[in-house]
Every structure is written in structure tokens, then in C-alpha cells.
Design a protein around this ligand. Structure first.
Ligand code: NAD
Length: 502
């Protein structure tokens, strides 16, 4: 398949004029403009929210297992369009094609999960303290869900949210990253294929809002949006969270990470090396779960650092559409500038930096391919507290596991973490209450990526939200507790008694 982005969109039935519009869409592969799209006006956003409200009022009447059938069809459509959508993901955000396909597979997996879930939106039955009474918990659709997504997972994050929100009976408005609107239009077209002929689904069940942060904020401010599920930087979350809180809305925040791996002396070093290298260089270090910090025990420090440098020398960097490429480009010039600044700061602090330079300059003047950087930190510096969204791996030496765990936790973010060890005490300590404080704490597997079956998200400045598997669906529903009296008495709570006479 060698279709360009517009041809892929046309093959999905989207016939728009992609030459006009205020938003230029550039491919990080060569930095060139692929298309233009128009952002929505404030009036259009207002109408969209009103339409989402109407759609919600209809959709919530459809039984949940029936709603699941829509997601079953969506999963089938995604299987049909996997190759095309995967390619478009690669073209628009620069991750390698295998990862583009992997992202679409995650969408398919969450659809499968959500179909099963549509028959399992269970509440509890609770023992009442009053005779002749029972208590039950009901989970009901909550309203319209606003999804805000980041450039680096341009389609999977939408699917995680939408598959759950739709089986839960909510309507959806999606504001994709301004850097990746084309994949969003493609997803909407694929969902539309599933909706065509699904007569129970109301119009505007899922809508796309194109625009930048200002457009996103308009949706965030609107009281009619019951849930705002926002994925992106901590800076974005810091703006979004107080706005939603001030109007007593619900937010699900999936923000930045600063993920570390600890390697213990007993570890299988070959496995650890694989986990470290892919975690740090995969997706050009632009995953929220990318490995950014590495704590190596002093006994294995020299061996592991030498193996990492050797492996980095073999990593193939280049066009992400080529089968043999492992590392594609950074998203844009700003991402490279941030990487340069972070490396300059490390040098100032006395670190030793290997790699980090821009390559392929002759071939791509407007694209940013870089050698992933290994940064050996001086022993007086215990941590790096900022997330730089680029392939930089900061390495630290440790001699005591408790101190390494403290250092793992001593950052503002709390998304993903991992330990490589064959010592059960070390593994259990790391995953215990005294261990990693992250939303993800892995043993003998790296920090990057996650299966859809688990609840995904992190603590502290990562935002505390959970998406995807486990009981994350509860974030998309409201809970009502009902007490039902089937006796002929009305015992009041707290033993209160009063007499109204006969
Ligand atoms: P970003 O914060 O620049 O943008 C993310 C989205 O938020 C975009 O759609 C943007 O338009 C929107 N936005 C920004 N400010 C807003 C505001 N005030 N109101 C409403 N919307 C606003 O992030 P990015 O550069 O696209 O993505 C990289 C970041 O996302 C990294 O920090 C990464 O760790 C994080 N991320 C986190 C997860 C996770 O699940 N925890 C997943 C992917 C990416």
C-alpha cells in the first residue's frame, strides 16, 4: 500500500477539500504540509454540545448490551481498516508503522473488552440494617463526555474513551490534538460506517471538534459536558482540572510521566536491556510511558551502560514507514528544541552525554530525526524532575534498593515504573505499599505500553485518572444507591421516631 494521507481519507469516504482551512497538518516524516482543515467556531462548538446533549437523552434509553453491539461492529470495521489507519497514524505522528498498527490493535482490543462490559455494568446489592429493606447500587449513563487527546496516541486514546463511554450510554465529543486531526477524521468515518444501519443510535452520538487549546477549553468550560477526559501534558491538566472542578464536573486526567526502571544485581540483564532500550527509544521517546530514568545497581552499572551504548549504536533511525526502522522522527521543531535544552542543562550539571544530535539533515531540512541520547548523571545529582518528550535516558548509580525506590518516587509525576530483578523480596517490595508510587509498577517488563485489560493512568501530577480496562468504566457512569422498603413499617435512619397521629 502506498496511498498518501488524502487517498487514505478518500478511501474511507471522506470527500473534503483538504486544501483550505486555518489548520495546516504536517507530517513529521518530512515536515511537509499534507492537508489543511478548518477549526470549529465558538458557535459551532456550542451547537455541537447541544447536539451531544440530545443524543445522550436518546442513547441512554438503549439497553447496554444493545449499545455493546455498536461497539462490536466498530471493532469489525477497525479490523477491516487496520492497515490504512495504521499507515495514517504513522504519517501524521511519525511512530513506526508497526506501532501504528499496534495502536489500531489496541482500539480493536478495547472494543472487544467494551462489548463484554456492556453486559457487566454491575452494581452491588448491599445488606440493609433495616428489616424488610434492601439496598442496591445502580450505574446509569452520566451525560456527554468530552475527550481531549495528545498527538502521540492519536487514535487509541479516543477508542479507550469512546468504546467505554458509548457502552455506558454517554454521547461523545472528541477534540483531537491540533497536530493530528486527519486520523481523527478517519476514526469518525470508521465509526460512521458502524453507525450506518444501526437504527438505535441517535444522530451526533459522537462528534469531532477541530481546533487548538482555546477550542478545547471552550468545551472544558461548558457545564453541559458531564465528563472531561483529557490526555496530554501536566501543563494542560493544570489548566483543565480547575476549570472542570469549579463547575463541579468530573475529569479524568491522563497527563505526563517521568518513568523509571530500576535494575537489580540479580536481574536477567539481557531482558532488562531489551526493556530499557525499547522503553527509551521507541516512538522516539514520545510515549507517556517512555523510560526516562534508569537506576542501575553499582555492581552491574558499567556492564549495563556499555550494553546500552552498544545497542543504541545499532538502532535504525529513519522513515517510520520503512520496515527496518525502529525510531522515527520527533513530532516537530519545538520537540527538538526542548531536547537540546534538556541535554544542555545535563551537560551544565556535569553529565556525560552520548548521542542526542540531529541526523539526516541533508535529506530532511524540515523534519527532526535524532540519535537517542544516553545521559550518565553525576553522582551528586539524584534525579531529573521534568518530562522532556524526546529520547533521553538519564542514568543513575545506586547501592541500596530503598534509596532507588525513593528516587523513583521523588518526582512530581507518577505514571509508570519497573524493576528488573530475580529476587522475590525486591519484586514484592517494589510493588508493595512501600514501593513505587506510580499507577503502573511492573516487574521484569519495561515501563512503556500497557495492555488494555488493566486500568491505565497514574498518580500525582499524572492526574489520577484511569482509562481502559478493569473498573475504569465507572468514570463514565453515575452511581445511584437505592433503598427499597418492602415492609409495612417506615423505620427512619439514626433511630429517629416521631408520631403523626392516626
Ligand atoms: P499537550 O498538552 O500539548 O496537548 C494535548 C491536548 O490538550 C491537545 O489536544 C491540546 O489542544 C489540548 N489542550 C492544551 N491546552 C488545553 C486547554 N487549556 N484546554 C483544553 N485543551 C487543551 O500534549 P501533547 O504535546 O499533544 O502530548 C504530549 C503529552 O501528553 C506528554 O506530556 C505525554 O506524557 C502526555 N500523554 C499522556 C498520556 C497518559 O495517558 N497519561 C498519554 C499520551 C500522552
Amino acid at each position: 500500500m502506498s496511498q498518501n494521507a488524502i487517498e487514505i481519507l478518500e478511501s474511507l469516504g471522506i470527500s473534503k477539500n483538504f486544501k483550505i482551512g486555518d489548520m495546516a497538518v504536517r507530517s513529521p516524516i518530512d515536515g511537509l504540509e499534507m492537508a489543511r482543515v478548518r477549526s470549529h467556531s465558538n458557535d459551532e462548538i456550542d451547537a455541537m454540545i447541544a447536539n451531544a446533549q440530545k443524543a445522550f437523552l436518546e442513547w441512554r434509553k438503549v439497553p447496554a448490551p444493545k449499545r455493546g453491539q455498536l461497539i462490536r461492529i466498530l471493532g469489525e470495521k477497525l479490523r477491516t481498516h487496520k492497515a490504512a489507519l495504521g499507515r495514517l497514524v504513522t504519517m501524521e505522528c511519525g511512530k513506526i508503522y508497526q506501532e501504528g498498527l499496534g495502536e489500531v490493535q489496541e482500539m480493536i482490543d478495547i472494543c472487544d473488552f467494551a462489548v463484554g462490559l456492556s453486559r457487566q455494568l454491575y452494581g452491588l446489592t448491599i445488606a440493609s440494617e433495616r428489616p424488610g429493606h434492601k439496598m442496591v447500587e445502580n450505574w446509569h449513563p452520566i451525560g456527554s463526555v468530552g475527550i481531549i487527546s495528545a498527538f502521540n496516541f492519536p487514535v487509541a486514546v479516543w477508542a479507550w474513551n469512546t468504546a467505554l463511554a458509548l457502552v455506558c450510554g454517554d454521547s461523545v465529543i472528541w477534540k483531537p490534538s491540533e497536530k493530528t486531526p486527519l486520523t481523527a477524521l478517519a476514526c469518525q468515518a470508521i465509526l460512521q460506517e458502524a453507525l450506518d444501519g444501526f437504527s438505535e443510535a441517535p444522530e451526533n452520538l459522537s462528534q469531532i471538534l477541530l481546533g487548538n487549546a482555546v477550542a478545547g477549553q471552550k468545551m472544558v468550560e461548558d457545564k453541559r459536558m458531564a465528563v472531561i477526559s483529557a490526555t496530554g501534558s501536566c501543563a494542560m491538566g493544570r489548566k483543565v482540572a480547575p476549570i472542570v472542578a469549579a463547575r463541579f464536573g468530573r475529569s479524568i486526567l491522563e497527563l505526563g510521566g517521568n518513568n523509571a526502571i530500576i535494575v537489580c544485581p540479580s536481574a536477567d540483564l539481557k531482558m532488562a536491556l531489551h526493556g530499557i532500550v525499547f522503553g527509551a527509544v521507541g516512538t522516539a521517546g514520545q510515549r507517556c510511558t517512555s523510560t526516562r530514568r534508569l537506576f542501575l545497581h553499582e555492581d552491574i552499572y558499567d556492564t549495563v551502560v556499555a550494553s546500552i551504548k552498544d545497542a543504541y549504536g545499532k538502532v535504525s533511525i529513519g522513515d517510520p514507514l520503512n520496515d527496518d526502522t525502529l525510531v522515527g522522527p520527533l513530532i516537530d521543531a519545538m520537540a527538538f528544541s526542548n531536547m537540546e535544552k534538556a541535554l544542555a542543562l545535563a551537560l551544565e550539571q556535569g553529565a556525560s552525554v552520548t548521542g542526542g544530535k540531529r541526523i539526516e539533515l541533508d535529506k530532511y531540512t524540515d523534519a527532526y530525526y535524532v540519535k537517542p541520547a544516553v545521559v550518565e548523571m553525576p553522582s551528586n545529582i539524584k534525579n531529573v524532575k521534568e518530562e522532556t518528550f524526546a529520547p533521553i535516558l538519564y542514568i543513575f548509580k545506586y547501592n541500596n534498593l530503598e534509596t532507588a525506590i525513593l528516587a523513583n518516587n521523588d518526582v512530581p509525576q507518577g505514571l509508570s515504573s519497573a524493576i528488573f530483578t530475580n529476587n522475590v523480596r525486591e519484586a514484592e517490595l517494589f510493588t508493595s505499599a512501600l514501593g513505587s508510587d506510580c499507577g503502573i509498577a511492573n516487574v521484569n517488563i519495561g515501563t512503556s505500553g500497557a495492555e488494555i485489560g488493566g486500568a491505565f493512568g497514574g498518580e500525582k501530577e499524572t492526574g489520577g485518572g484511569r482509562e481502559s480496562g478493569s473498573d475504569a468504566w465507572k468514570g463514565y457512569m453515575r452511581r445511584s444507591t437505592s433503598t427499597l422498603n418492602y415492609s409495612s413499617e417506615l423505620p427512619l435512619a439514626q433511630g429517629i421516631k416521631f408520631d403523626l397521629g392516626d
